[in-house]
Design a binder for this molecule. Structure first.
Ligand code: ATP
Ligand code: MG
Length: 478
């Protein structure tokens, strides 16, 4: 791990101007751990105006009192360094932001305002051996401990986001919370309500994308934070399951996350939420706990959760789709190529791998993994086998223009409706996908009006859905 030349040069330029300057915060922590930092931050006793005098290119960000210095390589901006004047913070009446920021003369004041000892380090690249470490941050890095700077409950009272950051660093770095720091969080967990949903979402994404997403979620749970973020999940704690499960619903959801083969946070989130509706759908039938339709209600709940936490539309739709379809039925020999094509239409080709990862996560997280890799491998084989089969209107051997020509009709909704009916039939039997056959059939369909055509397409889909629902029911107890 090396400090980039432009960082060293920036610090040298400030020192030339007779100021102090250090790299500071998370980048020092990462540097000492031999990891590539996300960004390099510089702190100095120079005031913003003085920094601006040294760097012609620098811009003063008034809102945060930070000077931004674009770093160029051959005209292209390759990084933007944040240079921040030593500062202390006062007030925090909204339990999240300081009421007042005061520039300081001494580095120790600046380090004191930082959240954790491992983040309260400064380093002069000219003397990398002499780390400025007033709070034992290096010792805590060695011992893998996250410890608040100063009195933990005071620090969490100032800014409730720090509680989430503590859990997030634990998940990212594999560190433990120091007991007093953890007690501080337990005491102040309720003040998470002062943190904006966007910031909560950002930290959740970092936890899910970390190397220890399961440990992160369990730590949120143990710290009593999760109830304020995903109360729906917490409802699974007391919900027992029968048959193929040995864990309660909460534990099973968490373990599905743990075993999720995907590194993508959206798929991991789907694993965590896949059975979120089980507490609400649980019914005892013949002395057995059942959860009919939990995947549909779960999809709705996931939609609500991700809307509430202000996730992007793309992310939300992706996770909802996986939760909704996680019960897909597949059994070697029992499921036809047509139903695999239908699954692909329903889920989307680009989501198949994620859906299979979710199924693997689900099975491994049940605590009683059975022989199923063969089944899934067979499904993958089937998916490959049908991959060139027509599954969208675009793949039909005739298109809207052809239809208008042979039927002599004008552009309009009827064209689309005829194509939809043709597709639903071709999905069942790809051999029908030939221009001649389709044209002949289109002529018949043209005799129907728009309503009738739409009803017909629906009818075909509906009939198949009922078959699938029957199949899914077979495994509902799973
Ligand atoms: P990463 O960039 O990997 O997410 P980081 O530690 O660099 O982690 P940043 O959010 O980039 O975190 O912040 C840089 C530094 O600013 C932190 O290391 C910490 O010293 C300080 N800091 C950031 N947020 C807070 C906060 N809410 N309270 C106190 N200090 C903070
Ligand atoms: Mg950072």
């Amino acid at each position: 791990m090396k400090i980039p030349e432009y960082v060293v040069e920036t610090i040298d330029a400030l020192k030339q101007g007779r100021f102090e300057a250090y790299i500071v915060g998370g980048c020092v922590r990462d540097f000492l751990m031999g990891k590539e930092p996300k960004d390099w931050d510089v702190t100095t006793n120079a005031k913003p105006e003085e920094i601006l005098k040294i760097f012609a290119d620098a811009k003063y960000e008034n809102d945060f009192g930070t000077v931004l210095l674009p770093i160029r390589e051959k005209e292209i901006v390759i990084d933007v360094l944040e240079i921040t004047t030593y500062r202390s913070e006062q007030g925090y009446s909204d339990r999240r932001h300081p009421d007042e920021v005061r520039f300081e003369e001494k580095l120790d004041k600046d380090l004191e305002r930082r959240d954790f000892t491992i983040n309260a380090l400064a380093l002069d690249p000219a003397n990398p051996e002499e780390v400025v470490d007033y709070f034992g941050g290096r010792k805590d890095i060695k011992a893998k401990i996250i410890r608040a700077v100063g009195e933990p409950s005071d620090r969490f009272k100032e800014d409730a986001l720090r509680m989430l950051r503590a859990v997030r660093f634990s998940a990212q770095l594999g560190f433990e919370l120091e007991p007093k720091t953890q007690r501080g969080i337990l005491k102040l967990a309720g003040s998470l309500k002062f943190v904006s949903k966007e910031r909560i979402k950002d930290e959740m994404i970092k936890i899910l994308a970390s190397d220890r997403p399961y440990e992160g979620i369990m730590l949120l749970h143990d710290c009593k934070l999760l109830q304020y973020i995903l109360p729906e999940l917490e409802q699974g704690v007391d919900v027992k399951q029968d048959r193929h499960h040995i864990y309660n619903v909460f534990k099973h959801n968490a373990l599905a996350l743990k075993h999720c083969p995907s590194k993508e946070w959206q798929v991991r989130f789907a694993a965590l939420l896949h059975d979120v509706a089980k507490p609400k759908t649980r019914k005892i039938i013949n002395n057995v706990a059942t959860f009919y339709n939990h995947e549909y209600l779960g999809a709705k709940m996931t939609d609500k959760i991700m809307t509430r936490l202000k996730f992007s539309n793309d992310d939300r739709l992706r996770v909802v789709n996986l939760v909704k379809n996680h019960m897909f039925y597949y059994n070697v020999g029992e499921v036809s190529a047509a139903s695999v094509r239908r699954l692909i239409v329903k889920v989307g080709r680009e989501n198949l791998k994620d859906l299979i990862d979710l199924r693997i996560a689900d099975r491994l997280g049940s605590g009683t993994p059975k022989a199923m890799p063969y089944k899934l491998r067979h499904l993958q084989y089937m998916m490959e086998k049908v991959q060139n089969d027509p599954i969208s209107v675009k793949m039909l051997k005739i298109n809207g223009d052809d239809l208008m020509k042979v039927l002599g009709i004008a552009p309009g909704p009827k064209i689309g409706a005829i194509l939809d009916v043709l597709l639903s039939e071709v999905i069942e039997d790809p051999e029908l996908n030939e221009a001649k056959i389709l044209t002949a059939h289109a002529k018949d369909l043209d005799k129907l009006n728009l309503e009738e055509l739409r009803a017909k397409a629906k009818e075909i889909i509906e009939e198949k859905r009922q078959e699938e629902d029957r199949d899914i029911k077979k495994q509902y107890k799973v």
